[in-house]
Design a protein around this ligand. Structure first.
Ligand code: NI
Length: 263
């Protein structure tokens, strides 16, 4: 495992499931596991100050996104998106995210979610940033919005990808798109394990979505970015590649999409 480097492309190290006093140790454990960059997915104005404070303490390894999470979209979404826009003006963000549609938990806010999503796609275009997408039970609306927004020349990734190889192919036809693979790939009978046999390594990003979705053998416990190598090892096994290749290619993918070298 020595010398292997990884990027966790979607994590919430600032989440309140990590007590404030423990957060630095959580990041140290990730670095010790070879995870050199940890990209913080943003949720809403309520958590943003914690995220920015943690990023300020770890400028070498933490990067931030700015975005309004679909589960946080409510009647005040315009104010929330204005706050996202302010963060994009004031801070160096590597993506607009996590944004998207979630009808599993938020069917009642579907219309507002669609509006907030479109406005944030426009923001990504204005700021020349990729988008980090959260999508659950809203695949057709997602693709119809993306089709409508082709003129924005968007690029990005579907985070916590759990879809079929066909969903990936639909996405790929829309431009420069990746899928984020996390702990669920290690679960027994995981559908995504079948999908990634058909998704090229050059389109795969690693992510934990910590503190959620811990991979086997940590399933059910609080997740950490330090578990990225377990996810990479499972992908290596499924694809029949050396672990070092999965580390190298996924890291290059993340560096390219999020322009990590330029920072
Ligand atoms: Ni997340």
């Amino acid at each position: 495992m020595r010398n292997m480097e990884f990027v966790d492309t979607h994590t919430h190290n600032y989440d309140e499931m990590y007590p404030e006093a423990e957060r630095d140790a959580v990041i140290e454990r990730a670095l010790a596991a070879g995870v050199k960059i940890l990209i913080q997915a943003d949720i809403s104005s309520h958590e943003r100050a914690s995220m920015l404070a943690l990023a300020d303490r770890h400028p070498d390894c933490l990067r931030i996104m700015a975005g309004l999470y679909p589960g946080s979209v409510g009647d005040d979404w315009r104010d929330e998106v204005a706050a996202v826009e302010q963060t994009l003006r004031e801070r160096k963000a590597v993506a607009v995210g996590e944004i998207g549609l979630d009808y599993h938990y938020g069917a009642d806010t579907a219309q507002l979610q669609k509006e907030a999503f479109r406005v944030q796609l426009e923001l990504a275009c204005e700021h020349d940033l990729p988008v980090n997408i959260h999508l659950r039970d809203a695949t057709e609306d997602f693709f119809s919005i993306l089709e409508d927004c082709r003129h924005l020349h968007l690029r990005g990734n579907l985070h916590a990808f759990g879809g079929s190889a066909e969903t990936f192919r639909r996405l790929e036809r829309l431009g420069d798109w990746y899928v984020g693979i996390g702990g669920t790939v290690t679960f027994k009978n995981a559908g995504v394990a079948r999908s990634i046999t058909e998704i090229p390594m050059e389109r795969i990003l690693l992510e934990t979505d910590a503190p959620y979705l811990a991979p086997v053998p940590y399933r059910g416990s609080r997740n950490e970015s330090a578990h990225i190598p377990s996810i990479a090892a499972k992908i290596a096994e499924i694809k029949g590649l050396p672990l070092g290749e999965v580390a190298r290619i996924s890291t290059e993918n993340a560096e390219r999409l999020f322009a990590l070298q330029k920072l």
